[in-house]
Design a protein around this ligand. Structure first.
Ligand SMILES: [Zn+2]
Length: 204
């Protein structure tokens, strides 16, 4: 039987989407319902975000000019919810051959990668107490989903293989929203032995 941990991460003082923001009267009243500022390009809300609530359409967008501002951690997260991993962390995962994990190069920083986790665990919403507010009719999703509380999964977590996982539900508000990151106890033990920096563990 493998226990499951939720991982949280140090912020790296960096943003993937854009360094430009808009706020105040440049936002419509419909947009301001969701967030009081939004990532932008050329004076309009950034094309990778929902045009009304500012939530990411997906994590597919990679800013070609992205630069990691704080490169001291093996694992860290951007303000807009992208996971960044060090070369040492990537080398470890490749050596261990963990399934469902990919590393995407960062053009301006060869020693760090965007960490992509393709393993998904589904939260059993009927048993959860999370709070959803501000439904957005443009993307058909709540722009704010917070306070996950005690996690309940649809899968039998005693039987998941040894790896990292994402929750199907993304938590946060607007552009902040990102999945919960989960790891089996065997992996968490190995991270500790390796002395990786930048993450915290919480038992699920
Ligand atoms: Zn939306």
């Amino acid at each position: 039987m493998s226990k499951l941990y939720r991982l949280t991460f140090e912020d790296n003082n960096s943003v993937m989407t854009s360094n430009e923001t808009i706020s105040g009267e440049k936002l419509s009243s419909a947009q301001r319902v969701h967030y009081d500022w939004m990532y932008a390009e050329n004076g309009s809300i950034h094309h990778s975000l929902c045009e009304t609530c500012g939530s990411k359409k997906s994590f597919d967008y990679v800013n070609p000019d992205f630069k990691l501002k704080r490169g001291v951690y093996d694992l860290s997260i951007t303000y807009d919810g992208y996971l960044i991993a060090s070369q040492r962390f990537k080398d470890f995962c490749v050596r261990k051959d963990f399934s469902g994990i990919q590393f995407e190069r960062i053009r301006h920083d060869v020693s760090f990668y965007i960490l992509r986790i393709n393993n998904v665990l589904h939260l059993n919403e009927s048993k959860m107490t999370h709070r959803k507010t501000n439904f957005c009719s443009s993307c058909n999703e709540y722009s704010s989903i917070v306070k996950p509380g005690t996690l309940h999964f649809s899968e039998n977590i005693d039987e998941v293989e040894n790896s990292l996982f994402e929750s199907n539900i993304h938590f946060g508000s607007s552009h902040e929203k990102h999945p919960l990151i989960l790891a089996t106890s065997d992996i968490v033990d190995e991270f500790a032995i390796e002395g990786f920096k930048g993450y915290y563990i919480n038992e699920v």
